[in-house]
Design a protein around this ligand. Structure first.
Ligand code: SAH
Length: 267
C-alpha cells in the first residue's frame, strides 16, 4: 500500500514535509509575531528550507509564523480549475483573476489594510528587484502576503484590484514563485530581533552598509601553504577593523562598480 499523504486543508499549513512531531504539536505563536501568508498551488513546499537551522528554530519558537493558503480549493468546477488559456492566444496558461481574488481575500482576513504595515506582493520576474532594503522594510511590517505564480503568471486585473506589488528575485525566470518566496522570507526573517541570536552580524554584512563583506578566515592558521592574513591574528582591533574596511572597499570596487558608485555618492 502506498503511504497516504495528508491532504492540504485550505489555510492550514499542515504538509507532507513536516516531521511527525510538528503534526502533533501546534507551534507556539507569539501574539503579533511577524507572519508570512503564502498563496500557492504547492503548500507542501513550505516551510521547506525555512524549517531548517536558524529560521526553523525561530519558527518553532514562534518568533515568526507561516500560513499557507492553498489556491486549489478556490478553483472552479468539478476539477477545481485555477487557470485558463491566455486571452489573445499564445503558449501556456494563466491563473484566473476570480480564483486568485478569492484566495487573496482569504489571506487579507485579519490583516491591516495599509500596504506599509502589511505588504501584498506577487513574485514575478517583471517586478522590482528584491534587495536588502526591502527585506529590512518588510521585517519592520507586521507581516506580508505573497502570491506565488505558476505557468505564464496571473491575470493582470487581480493584481491591480488588490494593489499588489510585483517583486523579482532576479533577472531570470523560475517555474514558480515558491523558491523566490522562500528566499525573500529567509532574508526578511533573519532581520527580526532574536532570530539570529547575534544582532551584530546583520550590521556590517554584505548589502547592509553599502559594501560587500571582507573575506573571512578560520582555523587552521595555515592551510595548503596559505596562512591567514597576519593582521587578523594580531589582536589589534583598530588595525583589524581598518584592514576589513579596506578589503570591503576593494572588493566592492572590483566586483560591483554599481554599488561602489552608490556608496561613494552617499558618504
Ligand atoms: N510569463 C512570465 C513568467 C512566468 S514564470 C513572464 O515572462 O514574465 C512562472 C511564475 O514563476 C511567475 O508567475 C512567478 O510567480 C514566478 N517567477 C518566475 N521568475 C521569477 C523571478 N525572477 N522572481 C520571482 N518570481 C518569479
Amino acid at each position: 500500500m502506498p503511504e497516504k499523504k495528508p491532504k492540504s486543508h485550505g489555510r492550514l499549513s499542515i504538509s507532507a514535509s513536516l516531521q511527525p512531531r510538528d503534526l502533533m504539536e501546534e507551534r507556539p505563536r507569539i501574539k503579533g509575531a511577524w507572519t508570512a501568508k503564502i498563496v500557492t498551488l504547492f503548500p507542501q513546499a513550505f516551510p521547506g528550507v525555512l524549517g531548517q537551522s536558524l529560521t526553523g528554530r525561530a519558527l518553532d519558537q514562534g518568533l515568526w509564523a507561516l500560513e499557507t493558503i492553498d489556491l486549489r480549493p478556490f478553483g472552479k468546477g468539478k476539477h477545481k480549475n485555477v487557470d485558463d488559456t491566455p486571452a489573445g492566444g499564445g503558449a501556456g496558461m494563466v491563473l484566473r483573476a476570480d480564483v486568485v481574488h478569492d484566495a487573496l481575500r482569504q489571506a487579507a482576513f485579519g490583516t491591516p489594510p495599509s500596504r506599509k504595515d502589511w505588504p501584498v506582493v506577487y513574485l514575478s520576474p517583471r517586478g522590482k528587484p528584491f534587495d536588502q532594503a526591502m527585506a529590512k522594510r518588510w521585517s519592520q511590517a507586521e507581516g506580508l502576503t505573497m502570491l506565488c505564480g505558476r505557468f505564464e503568471g496571473v491575470d493582470q486585473r487581480v493584481l491591480e484590484y488588490h494593489r499588489v506589488e510585483e517583486v523579482s528575485l532576479g533577472d531570470f525566470v523560475l517555474t514558480g514563485g515558491e523558491i523566490a518566496a522562500q528566499a525573500m522570507i529567509d532574508a526578511t526573517v533573519r532581520l527580526i530581533p532574536g532570530v539570529l541570536g547575534n544582532e551584530d552580524s546583520t550590521e556590517d554584512e554584505s548589502h547592509s552598509n553599502g559594501l560587500l563583506e571582507h573575506p573571512q578566515y578560520t582555523r587552521p592558521a595555515e592551510w595548503q601553504g596559505r596562512p591567514i592574513p597576519e593582521v587578523l591574528l594580531s589582536g589589534n582591533h583598530a588595525k583589524i577593523d581598518e584592514w576589513r574596511r579596506e578589503q570591503a572597499e576593494e572588493l566592492t570596487k572590483m566586483r560591483r562598480p554599481d554599488l561602489w558608485e552608490k556608496y561613494r555618492s552617499k558618504s
